[in-house]
Design a binder for this molecule. Structure first.
Ligand SMILES: [Mn+2]
Length: 230
């Protein structure tokens, strides 16, 4: 059993809840889909907890591992730039560089894992079928299943080309109206299930409020609403 964790975003309470649920379900390996630290109150502890998984974990990077190493590429908003500066300072230059060097995609057991879509850590695969966009984003893909995250909205669907598309959702910052942590499990036969796990959302949101910076209070509000739009 493999657990698939995307978009942890520095939320240790959510991460511990998901790892507990996954280990009780029999997970022995872990696919880590990027966006590990930014926006959360505990980026260092989250990365350390994931590193403690050792050889059981396979890592790819998200847009945030790229942005925290090169914030000039990130949007010039107060929230994004504030979060980028905070997470880079917390992780330190060596860890920032190490995470930026992670691969952007990996194939395991016939499933392609990427952050937003196969060609991009930013351009998302839509929740609703869009044949033209799907064809463009899935060009050249030979795997029968593609797993991704990035939008923090958990879903699964099939395209007309017969490739199953799975958004594992966000462990630490869901935006689909459900505040519970989201992740996925896939068993050794390839059967995949989307899961949600309750945890103390208010503890994480309160820790963000205590940081006080605009990026942190905005993130706290998004966490409580389980929505990007406030
Ligand atoms: Mn993310």
């Amino acid at each position: 059993m493999r657990a698939i964790l995307y978009d942890v975003h520095g939320n240790l309470g959510a991460l511990e809840a998901v790892l507990g649920d996954a280990e009780r379900a029999g997970a022995r390996s872990f696919l880590l889909g990027g966006d590990y630290g930014a926006f959360g109150p505990e980026p260092v502890a989250c990365v350390a907890r994931l590193r403690a998984l050792g050889d059981a974990a396979t890592w790819i990077r998200g847009n945030w591992e790229r942005w925290q190493a090169g914030p000039a590429a990130a949007p010039e908003t107060e929230v994004v730039q504030g979060a980028a500066a905070a997470v880079a300072a917390a992780l330190g230059p060596d860890l920032v560089a190490e995470l930026a060097a992670l691969p952007t995609r990996v194939t395991i057991d016939g499933t392609l894992y990427c952050h937003a879509s196969p060609p991009s850590d930013m351009e998302p695969i839509a929740r609703e079928e869009d044949a033209d966009a799907d064809d463009q984003l899935l060009a050249g893909v030979t795997e029968r299943r593609v797993v991704f995250g990035h939008t923090h909205v958990q879903f699964r669907r099939a395209t007309t080309r017969g490739i199953e598309l799975v958004n594992a959702g966000s462990v630490g910052l869901p935006f689909d109206g459900d505040t519970r942590a989201a992740y996925a499990l896939v068993d050794d036969a390839g059967a995949l299930q989307l899961r949600r796990v309750a945890y103390d959302v208010e503890a994480t949101a309160g820790a963000l409020d205590a940081v006080g910076a605009p990026w942190a209070t905005t993130t706290a509000a998004r966490l409580r609403a389980a929505s990007f739009e406030l």
